[in-house]
Design a protein around this ligand. Structure first.
Ligand code: ISL
Ligand code: CA
Length: 539
């Protein structure tokens, strides 16, 4: 299908901004970001130029996994405000032309959800909402350790692919399907535009047989992107989503472009787009705790593979589970601004829908943690406990945690240089990065050469570019670590050149005029070499 025939659904031209509500803006000084806090910043988001906000979970939750453990799918957590606040957010956002999408977490609930509580109390109906078994299998959990937990006082275990406070729902049970349809309608009726579907390709377990032994996630082959999962997605599309013309992006773990294409469905009958992970794994060895030195070539290879093979992708370099991109793929010490601009240009030039994670637009860096006691992420704490059993020096173990912890992305949004970073007047739930004294929105708003100004310019540029929004993708030759490609639409073609190295590189062979430059270059002819992290768009 060529770009001329591509449907122009809103989500193709949209720029989606992810909010991690706990860390965005605290309106009442309790140290936790909240919905009224988001409303206060809608004008900021409008000025940035984004069209849609994806909210990480704001539902009732005991917060073992910061809301990814839901105890009531139809209630707002009091930390975040009230249902009236939520309705107000939808309205205020809509008044500014901004859509809201919700996080849909349906692989598991919280163990404090009423269904699970009834199940524990012995209610047969609800036992069948989950996987209770007298014998456990050998499956491993995403957060380390085993995927089964013993039921207190019984010879019985339940399955949890994530924390033990996140029991997996049994998608073989038609009642579970009905409950979820009902939850989705509840939010769609409130006017949300769609859902980001959490770990959606693991929801349906083919069997509970032992898995092939692996260093992590033994059992994977029994639940990854199963036929049953495809069936459920098609039914949800037909029976719920299509009735609202609702949008979905799937968080799909361990998929390659071929599987991604199936999940998007030949004619988009399952999900509208998916988040792949291959580019996030380019600096890891198998599992993220084992670091492999970052080499731009590997990132380019993964991005190119998806660009070539998928007609549409959900493009991102950051989210609430990943370290900050400047710290990871750029140079936060010596070239923070340059590398943040380069990553912006890259993310917004690829074919697909770009996602920006809160703070990315001002070049926020990884957290500056000094002690494990400053870490709140359940995944990191579980892994830390496991690592403690091995003879690894304390310093090494701590470095492993600090480098990979999801809290790197969750430190409070840096609005200004004040003690609470303009995020809170109270005690923040997670340590604020000391660099908020110079990296913050207030400073960026005054800096016409800053990262934020570049984001605004790049967003505005993309919005008027047929080539970037709908064009084909074709990689062109360049030196190692330089990513260069053409985006071609009817009557328009642009060339994107991204030096992902921290040193000079040769400019590939191109002609034309500079449309966007991270170094304020004016004439192509004047460029002798690409500077560290320099990126350009040429028309
Ligand atoms: O975080 C990860 C890699 O660093 C992944 O293993 C992550 O756990 C996986 O991508 C699933 O993530 C989603 O579901 C989890 C939740 O903790 C994450 O925040 C969410 O994005 C369980 O609901
Ligand atoms: Ca608050």
């Amino acid at each position: 299908m060529g770009e001329m025939h591509m449907n122009r659904e809103w989500w193709r031209t949209a720029i989606i901004y992810q909010i991690y509500p706990r860390s965005f803006n605290d309106s009442n000084g309790d140290g936790i970001g909240d919905i009224p806090g988001i409303i206060e910043k809608l004008d900021y988001l409008k000025r940035l130029g984004v069209d849609c906000l994806w909210l990480s979970p704001v539902y009732a939750s005991p917060n073992c996994d910061n809301g990814y453990d839901i105890s009531d799918y139809k209630a707002i957590h009091p930390d975040f405000g009230t249902m009236d606040d939520f309705d107000m957010l939808v309205k205020e956002a809509s008044d500014r032309g901004i859509k809201i999408i919700m996080d849909l977490v349906i692989n598991h609930t919280s163990d404090e959800h009423e269904w699970f509580q009834k199940a524990l109390a012995g209610d047969k109906k609800y036992r069948d909402y989950y996987y209770f078994r007298e014998k456990k299998n050998n499956w491993g959990s995403f957060f380390g350790g085993k995927a089964w937990e013993k039921v207190h006082g019984e010879e019985m275990y339940y399955l949890h692919l994530f924390d033990k406070k996140q029991p997996d729902l049994n998608w073989h049970n038609p009642e579970v399907y009905k409950e979820v349809c009902d939850i989705m309608c509840f939010w769609l009726d409130k006017g949300v535009a769609g859902f980001r579907c959490d770990v959606i390709n693991v929801i349906y377990k083919n069997s509970l047989e032992n898995g092939k032994r692996r260093i992590a996630l033994t059992g994977l082959e029994h639940y990854l992107s199963t036929e049953g999962c495809h069936d459920i997605l098609r039914r949800l599309q037909k029976e719920v989503l299509s009735k609202y013309n609702a949008f979905t992006v799937g968080e799909t773990v361990f998929v390659d472009p071929d599987q991604a294409k199936l999940l998007m469905g030949e004619s988009r009958k399952e999900l509208n787009m998916v988040f792949g992970f291959e580019h996030m794994e380019c600096d890891q060895r198998g599992i993220k705790w084992f670091k492999r030195a970052y080499a731009p070539e590997r990132l380019i290879k993964a991005l190119d593979k998806w660009q070539v093979n998928c007609e549409w992708t959900a493009n991102y370099l950051e989210n609430h589970d990943q370290p900050r991109s400047v710290s990871r793929f750029g140079d936060e010490e010596n070239c923070r601004v340059e590398s943040a601009k380069m990553l912006c240009l890259l993310n917004l030039s690829l074919r697909g829908t770009p996602y920006i994670y809160e703070g990315e637009e001002i070049g926020m860096t990884n957290g500056d943690f000094e002690k494990i006691s400053q870490i709140m992420d359940v995944e990191s704490l579980n892994i830390n406990n496991i690592l403690r059993r091995f003879p690894i020096p304390k310093g090494t173990r701590e470095r492993m945690i600090f480098r990979t912890t999801r809290d790197n992305a969750r430190t409070p949004m840096q609005w200004d240089e004040s003690v609470g970073a303009g995020f809170t007047t109270g005690t923040p739930w997670l340590r604020i990065n000391g660099n908020h004294e110079w990296i913050n929105v207030k400073a960026e708003e005054k800096d016409e050469n800053g990262v934020l100004a570049f984001y605004k310019a790049m967003i505005a540029y993309r919005k008027q570019s047929e080539a970037l929004q709908f064009g084909d993708y074709e990689r062109i030759e360049a030196e190692k670590g330089v990513y260069a490609f053409k985006r071609k639409a009817e009557g328009q073609e642009v060339t994107v050149i991204v030096n992902m190295n921290g040193y000079d590189r040769k400019l590939p062979d191109v002609a034309g005029k500079i449309a966007i430059s991270t170094y304020n270059r004016e004439k192509l002819e004047e460029i002798k070499t690409l500077k560290p992290y320099e990126a350009l768009i040429i028309e």
